[in-house]
Design a protein around this ligand. Structure first.
Ligand SMILES: [Mn+2]
Length: 320
C-alpha cells in the first residue's frame, strides 16, 4: 500500500518519513518480519531490515525496495538516505520510536526537522479493505468454533487453565497462526476480574465462567468474550446476564455509520446504570481491531470519532 504511505507523506508536507511501528510497517509495506522499519520519500520507498529477512522482504513487498542493514544501525542508514534525498522535514512515529534512536538522529547534528506523526498512519488503518474484513471474519469464525467446542467439554472439575489451553489449542488447530492475546478463563469469584489469569481452580456447579479470547488469521485479530453458567443460573446471575445482553442490544441498535462512537457506549452504559450496576462497568464498550487487537477508534464515552462504513468495532459491555 505504497500509495497510502505517500498520502501521509504529502498530507503532512514531509520530505521523508520513518515508520517504526511494527503494525504500521506491515500495513504499508506487507512485510511480516519481526524487525525492521520503513523509509518513505517521493524518490524511494524502502523496507530496512536485517540479514534474516533479506529474502523475505523481496517476496512480500512488491512495491517497496528491500535494504539489508548489516550492522542493524537503522539511524545511520536512514540518515544517509535523508542526506541523499535532501530531506529537511522528516516525519517519525513519536508513539513508538525509542528515545535512544531519537537522540541518535539529533546527535548526528543533522539539520532535519523531526516532526511527530502521531496517529497519522493508525487512522488509515481504521478503514478496512474488503480483504482485511475477510481475514477478521475468518479469525472470528475460528474463535466461534473454539467456543462451540468448549461448550461440549465444560463441566465441573475442569480447571480454568485447562479451559484456556483447550481454547488456545483449538484455535491453533483450526488455522490460527497465533493468539491475539493471552486467553482469559475465569470462574466463580475470579470472573469478577475483567483480565483474570487462568488458575488451577476447578470449575464448580453454579459458577459463572467468563472466557475472553481471540486469534490471528493471516495477520488479523479476532476478540470475543463469552460468559456461561455451569448448571443452573441463580436469580442474580440471570439478572446480571440479562442486563449485559440488553446493554449489548442497546449499543448494537445505535451502532452504525454517521454517529459518534460515544453514542453506542452511552446506550449500553445507560442500560447498565438503570439496572443499578453502573459502577461495575468500568471499561469502554469496545474498540476497533485489525492487525493489532486494540486499534483506533475506541468505543468509549470520550470517543467522539464519527463511525464510518468499513470500520470494525467490538461491542462488549460487562458487569464485573
Ligand atoms: Mn476486547
Amino acid at each position: 500500500m505504497k500509495e497510502k504511505a505517500l498520502k501521509v507523506l504529502r498530507e503532512n508536507g514531509l520530505d521523508a518519513m520513518l515508520i517504526t511501528d511494527r503494525f504500521n510497517r506491515r500495513y504499508l509495506s506487507g512485510f511480516t518480519g519481526s524487525a525492521g522499519m520503513l523509509y518513505v520519500s517521493e524518490k524511494r520507498q524502502v523496507v530496512l531490515t536485517d540479514s534474516r529477512y533479506e529474502e523475505q522482504v523481496k517476496r512480500e513487498c512488491c512495491d517497496f525496495d528491500g535494504f539489508c542493514v548489516r550492522d542493524r544501525d537503522y539511524v545511520v542508514a536512514c540518515s544517509r538516505m535523508m542526506e541523499e534525498d535532501g530531506a529537511k522535514r522528516v516525519g517519525f512515529e513519536d508513539e513508538t520510536i525509542l528515545l535512544k534512536e531519537y537522540l541518535d538522529y539529533e546527535n548526528r547534528g543533522i539539520q532535519e526537522e523531526l516532526i511527530g506523526l502521531g496517529k497519522s498512519v493508525n487512522v488509515l488503518r481504521a478503514l478496512k479493505e474488503t480483504w482485511e474484513i475477510e481475514r477478521i471474519r475468518k479469525a472470528e469464525e475460528i474463535g466461534d468454533q473454539a467456543f462451540a467446542h468448549i461448550l461440549d467439554i465444560l463441566r465441573p472439575g475442569i480447571t480454568e487453565r485447562e479451559i484456556a489451553i483447550e481454547l488456545d489449542y483449538t484455535m491453533l488447530r483450526l488455522g490460527a497462526e497465533r493468539l491475539s492475546f493471552d486467553t482469559i478463563a475465569a470462574s466463580g469469584l475470579n470472573s469478577a476480574l475483567p483480565h483474570a489469569q487462568p488458575t488451577d481452580k476447578k470449575i464448580e456447579s453454579g459458577d459463572f465462567v467468563t472466557m475472553d479470547f481471540g486469534c490471528v488469521y493471516q495477520g488479523y485479530c479476532s476478540d470475543m468474550t463469552r460468559t456461561v453458567v455451569i448448571g443452573h443460573a441463580s436469580a442474580i446471575q440471570k439478572a446480571v446476564y440479562d442486563t449485559v445482553l440488553r446493554a449489548q442490544e442497546a449499543a448494537l441498535a445505535v451502532a452504525g455509520p454517521g454517529r459518534p462512537a460515544s453514542e453506542a457506549d452511552t446506550a449500553a452504559r445507560t442500560v447498565i446504570a438503570d439496572a443499578g450496576y453502573g459502577e461495575f462497568f468500568g471499561h469502554a464498550l469496545g474498540h476497533s481491531l485489525g492487525l493489532f487487537m486494540h486499534e483506533e477508534p475506541g468505543y468509549g464515552p470520550t470517543c467522539h470519532t464519527i463511525v464510518e462504513p468499513t470500520m470494525l468495532m467490538t461491542v462488549e459491555p460487562g458487569i464485573y
